[in-house]
Design a protein. Sequence first.
Length: 411
Amino acid sequence: MSQNPLPKQPEVNLGTLGHVENGKSTLVQALAGIWTARHSEEMRRGITIRVGYADAAFYKCTKCGTYGTKATCSSCGSPAEFLRAVSFVDCPGHHSLMVTMLSGAALMDGALLVLSATEKCPQPQDREHLAAAEIVGINKIVIVQNKIDVVSRERVLESYNEIQAFVKGTIAEKAPIIPISAQRSINIDALIEAIEKTIPTPKREANKPSLMSIVRSFDVNRPGTLGEEIVGGVIGGTILQGVFKVGDEIEISPGIRMERGGKSYYEPLHTKIISLHAGGKNVDETASGGLIGVGTLLDPSLTKADSLVGNLVGKPKNLPPVRESLSLDIRLFERAIGTEELTKVERIKPNEALVLNANTAVTSGIVDMIKGNRIDLSLKRPICVEANTRLSISRRIGDSWRLIGFGMVRS
């Protein structure tokens, strides 16, 4: 899912976390050469609204040891050794888009917590994003102290101390803090070095049943395309386990909403993989690691405008169960850490509406029953999820859905 071919398929997903003004998309552009905001509304407002993506290759100079993104060293001009390819998952930082951010966090193997030297740290979304990373199990983090070029030396040091105080006692307490200017590409070599030393490629489970989480879906046909030239719908995401090959028969679940006899239900989709795109090129086979594009025989009207986001993909009859209701063992925060005033989190109430994130799936549910730390919910949209999966829980506070805790799916 990259503009330019890479030496190898990306093998790790690196996320960007932090407040909307901290420069996450600018940082990804400095590393990958791609502006991840492609949607017209994103371009108009200058913020990330959907989960963005970009691929990059990391190199190390064979002579002076400088890290970079090119096969030729930017410092001495010597040849550079290819280290690995990575995919960036650029998540929205605006408070109103927290639910979308949680979907992107589910794809991350490690994260860059991007903080701005121009803002007092932490901002509400800095706290919320770091908590979200902990919920989904991200513990490999590099802290990026951005915008050091537009403040005084004294403010840079003050900001550094604020960051240290913020992350004390969290999963990011021992994370390296790298001062940079993403706008001017200052210290990017030191950042790549920190990423390489801090965020390893996870061990992959290639022998398990194939499973992919959908984070984007598209109709790639331009308006006016002739009928005989129309190509099938495209889905994009990351492979959680196993291997997919061109020619594989696949199932997409829970699928699409259908109506029959005045009642609605969800119908799984069955199709065939006709192409795979990874690292900026077409491949015959792809495994876990990085973001990929999958060409299918689906009617493109089914995939347009991200309509299949949140579905899981696998071999037929090998997917987790579809659940229209959930029983969760929950743990709530003391405070809604994404709010400016750190609103106290009250107990969940019967008939309350909550939003749940599981992998890239987002659904809402109504609380049917509460018993101690257990709640039962009826879901508005079914999700495909195994028992013992951890889900994030959000509640409506003010004009936004705010993260208030998490729950484990009971069997």
